[in-house]
Design a protein around this ligand. Structure first.
Ligand SMILES: C[S@@+](CC[C@H](N)C(=O)[O-])C[C@H]1O[C@@H](n2cnc3c(N)ncnc32)[C@H](O)[C@@H]1O
Length: 263
């Protein structure tokens, strides 16, 4: 992994400057899921009736492992979590131990952009709260569907533009209005199992995170007052992010089934 490039990718995904990365453990303390709704993922996967012992889930950009651990615990699947941030992976392993699913989960330090080129034969792939990391929805599904077997499942937790007008902000380039989003999602011949809109839930999650981050920032500044300006800038960025998401993006989770035919 090229360190600068991977640090930028991690920082972008957390909407922060790379200079703030050393303070991530303090700033995101007390948060497990970092944007996703693990219970929603379980709710969507449970009705598929997949064999618990034989099902293998790939959790890309797994962060602290909230989706992997919750699914392994609730549904008995094996889970492989991939992330480029070692401190998150350590926490993910701890959580797996706490929840008694260490044997079912493995967490690996990898650049997911490279990992998806080699991965195959998973039964389910989850791409949650990672924005445009793998490009627009057409490119994203193209990359994800190769990681699962024909007939396997692709779960994307993100959203779409509420109106036609694009949002001119870094990290929003992949968003399109609903109809266009669906067109891109199905361009490879896969089918929709379920679409769940997460409007209120996304709003609440964002507000809840903001409150925790602000509290964590206070504690951090007690020990490191010299960080005041940088922390204030980060918090402002988070506030703006929440406002823009609320005003322009409808949160959605899509569960797709990869076409059973081999390409
Ligand atoms: C917003 S968090 C979402 C984490 C997790 N999916 C969840 O919802 O709890 C984004 C995650 O992507 C990871 N990430 C960003 N770029 C990455 C890359 N190129 N390869 C692997 N992980 C990456 C970050 O380290 C972070 O854990």
């Amino acid at each position: 992994m090229k360190e600068n490039d991977i640090n930028k990718s991690v920082a972008d995904s957390l909407e922060m400057d790379t200079g703030m990365l050393p303070f991530v453990p303090e700033l995101l303390k007390g948060m497990w899921a970092l944007g996703s709704s693990p219970e929603r993922v379980v709710e969507l996967l449970r009705p598929l009736g997949l064999d618990p012992a034989g099902t293998k889930l790939l959790d890309l950009g797994c962060g602290k492992g909230a989706v992997s651990v919750t699914v392994a615990h609730a549904l008995g699947f094996r889970a492989v979590g991939i992330d480029a941030c070692e401190v998150f992976l350590e926490e993910a392993r701890q959580k797996a131990a706490e929840w008694g699913v260490t044997q079912k989960c493995s967490f690996e330090l990898e650049d997911l952009r490279e990992y998806v080129k080699e991965a195959s034969d998973f039964d389910v792939v989850v791409f949650a709260s990672l924005g445009g990391l793998l490009g627009d929805y057409h490119k994203l599904v193209g990359a994800l569907r190769r990681t699962v077997r024909p007939g396997g499942y692709i779960l994307i937790d993100d959203g779409f533009l509420q109106r036609e007008k694009p949002v001119k902000r870094a990290g929003y380039g992949h968003y399109t209005p609903h109809a266009q989003t669906l067109k891109q999602l199905f361009a490879h011949g896969d089918t929709l199992v379920k679409e769940t809109l997460t409007i209120e839930e996304s709003k609440n999650i964002n507000q809840e995170y903001l409150a925790i981050i602000k509290q964590n920032a206070k504690v951090l500044l007690e020990n490191r007052p010299e960080l005041e300006d940088r922390v204030a800038e980060y918090i402002r960025g988070q506030e703006t992010e929440c406002e823009i998401l609320d005003a322009h993006i409808t949160g959605a989770i899509w569960l797709l089934r990869r076409s059973p035919a081999k390409p």
